[in-house]
Design a protein. Structure first.
Length: 186
């Protein structure tokens, strides 16, 4: 799925709890002639989906309240042809795979500018490029491997911090501190 309409005919939903980023992205998209709906949470966005038809959605992964991942199936139900871009500052292979499995069209890491986001809305997921980034050319650092493993176990435990800390044999507070940090680069 990719967007095929001209920019001036698009309706895009922006879901991000960082109000400054949300407002800046909405202003930038509006300047390009796009009709924009804005929401600070997955719960509020679900309400907007009942009242509005959208062509695309830009959804933050990690928000206060429900995760952006929980919104993907709701968007798919209300708008099956909608292009969904997950945008996150906490990227991991596990969340990227989960987002795509749930129906996201693309997955971008922050910081991303408006042109990169629009490119993601207008292009299909490039699995080969994603595999190349994760590929074996340069092995991941130990810190990055730890981050990826934590994300995988967290996903297996449906985001439950207590269950994840038990599965990892790690103190709950230690796990919370690690999760609050941005992931390390390769």
């Amino acid at each position: 799925m990719i967007l095929k309409k001209p920019l001036t005919e698009l309706s895009i939903l922006v879901v991000d709890d960082n109000l400054i980023f949300n407002q800046a992205l909405c202003r930038s998209l509006t300047r390009k002639g796009i009709s924009v709906l804005s929401s600070p949470s997955s719960e509020n966005a679900a309400d907007l989906l009942r009242d509005h038809a959208i062509d695309g959605a830009i959804v933050d992964l990690k928000m206060n309240g429900a995760s952006g991942l929980s919104l993907i199936p709701k968007i798919r139900i209300s708008n099956p042809e909608c292009v969904i871009v997950i945008l996150t500052g906490y990227a991991s292979i596990a969340t990227a795979v989960e987002a795509i499995k749930l129906g996201a069209t693309n997955y971008l890491t922050k910081p991303a500018n408006t042109n990169e986001i629009l490119a993601a809305l207008f292009s299909e997921v490039n699995i080969a490029a994603a595999e190349h980034q994760v590929g074996t050319k340069s092995p991941m650092s130990v810190n990055r491997l730890e981050w990826e493993h934590i994300q995988k176990v967290l996903s297996e435990n449906d985001g439950n911090i207590s269950a994840t800390s038990r599965a990892l044999g790690m103190h709950r507070r230690t796990l919370q501190r690690k999760l609050q940090k941005h992931p390390v680069k390769q």
